[in-house]
Design a protein around this ligand. Structure first.
Ligand code: EPS
Length: 381
């Protein structure tokens, strides 16, 4: 089974990730992992920490001569801002952060002990594990695209742009947004929030292209792919809601307006395993009954404004129990573009996990044999 775990504190020596369950024989280009780390560091609205860090992965195990061995892959990213032992204690919890609930749970009056691990710095570990999953998915023609579709009140209309067009446009934009006019307004909103000592959230969208039909299952609750993807995205720091396909609108619509009617044309050239069946709409976001239907998987994650405010909110000193302002720390104004890159990583992991479950094998070649066998079976349907 594919799994990953991370370790490390925000200002500790390093963030670590262990990815277990990858097949042997997968060629790993370290440059691709570092590129995702760089993408995660970027985005308008990031704080001064990103001027200090130069996130690069160090591969500690599981890969020899750029090829996976099938053994656990251990990865390390050094924190240049390593100073955990010198940092002052935090006694006024920030509303919205893990500070207060964490301090009560782990019985500490110094919330530094909580925030160091709760920090979104941990996501460098997810990004490196996800980058390796992306390399595996690439072998099966699966691609993951993300872009920002909202910051604060500013929303983006993609006007039916194909996802293949979205990727290059998003990569060129500082906010990972395809709409130049909206991007300018978003930058103004972020600047305005920054001037007020405030923060801003937003929405990012992920499209997963080239997925074969039949990944995930309705056989058990924990095998449903929509549930797994939602859990993965919800677990990203600051994400407060997840939408699959047009899920929010669907709740307010008639069934006949929501479900994607089914058509058949044998001559239609269709991706992996759909064999002539096609849809004219994709309101389901590529998942029906907990499994892929062969359409692109469309996910949206709603990110709250981050909770370290330079104009702090009311809080209580946990030692004196007196009303005080919440702690302030160097932080970001807006992390939505970075969260989108993390979203790609967790989505890549979840898709790689179902691919490994369905096309198990010790080597990449074994997996491909099983994959091709499945596709030829579906083709004969
Ligand atoms: C982050 C590193 C952190 C913050 C941010 C994300 O660095 P520092 O706390 O040293 O400024 O920039 O963390 C949070 C938003 C948070 O709530 O903890 C990173 O590497 O992504």
């Amino acid at each position: 089974m594919l799994k990953y775990t991370t370790a490390g504190e925000s200002h500790g020596k390093a963030i670590l990730a262990i990815l277990e369950g990858m097949p042997a024989g997968l060629k790993i280009d370290k440059g691709k992992i570092d590129l995702d780390l760089k993408r995660r560091q970027g985005g308008y609205g990031r704080g001064k920490r990103m001027d200090i860090e130069r996130d690069r992965v160090e591969i500690l195990s599981g890969i020899r001569k750029d090829v996976t061995l099938g053994s656990p892959i251990a990865l390390s990213i050094e924190n240049k801002d390593y100073k955990i032992e010198e940092l002052s204690s935090v006694t006024c919890p920030r509303p919205g952060h893990a500070d207060l609930a964490g301090a009560l749970k782990y019985d500490t009056k110094d919330m530094r002990n909580i925030l160091e691990r709760a920090s979104a710095r941990e996501t460098v570990g997810r990004v490196v594990a996800g980058a390796i999953c992306k390399i595996l998915l690439d072998e099966f023609g699966i691609e993951i695209v993300s872009h920002v579709i909202g910051i604060g009140k500013i929303k983006v209309e993609t006007n039916g742009l194909y996802y293949s067009k979205i990727k290059p446009l998003a990569e060129k934009s500082e906010l990972r947004c395809v709409d130049k006019a909206a991007e300018r307004k978003m930058i103004d909103e972020i600047d305005e929030a920054g001037e007020k000592g405030d923060t801003l959230g937003g929405v990012f969208e992920i499209a997963i292209l080239g997925v074969p039909v039949g990944l995930g299952s309705f056989m058990q609750a924990d095998l449903r792919l929509d549930g797994r993807l939602a859990q993965g995205l919800m677990s990203i720091q600051s994400v407060k809601a997840v939408e699959i396909g047009n899920g929010l609108a669907a709740a307010k619509s008639f069934g006949s307006d929501v479900h994607d009617a089914i058509y058949f044309d044998k001559k239609k050239s269709l991706p992996a395993g759909r064999q002539g069946f096609y849809r004219k709409t994709n309101n389901a976001g590529g998942i029906e009954g907990g499994l892929t239907n062969g359409e692109p998987i469309i996910l949206r994650a709603f990110v709250k404004p981050i909770s370290t405010l330079m104009t702090p909110m009311a809080s209580v000193n946990v030692i004196t129990k007196k009303q005080e302002k919440a702690a302030t720390e160097r932080s970001d104004i807006c992390v939505v573009p970075a969260a989108g890159v993390v979203g790609e990583a967790v989505a890549a992991f979840e898709i790689a996990r179902v691919i490994r479950e369905k096309f198990a094998g010790d080597t990449l070649l074994d997996m491909k044999c099983s994959y091709n066998c499945y596709l030829s079976r579906v083709k004969k349907y």
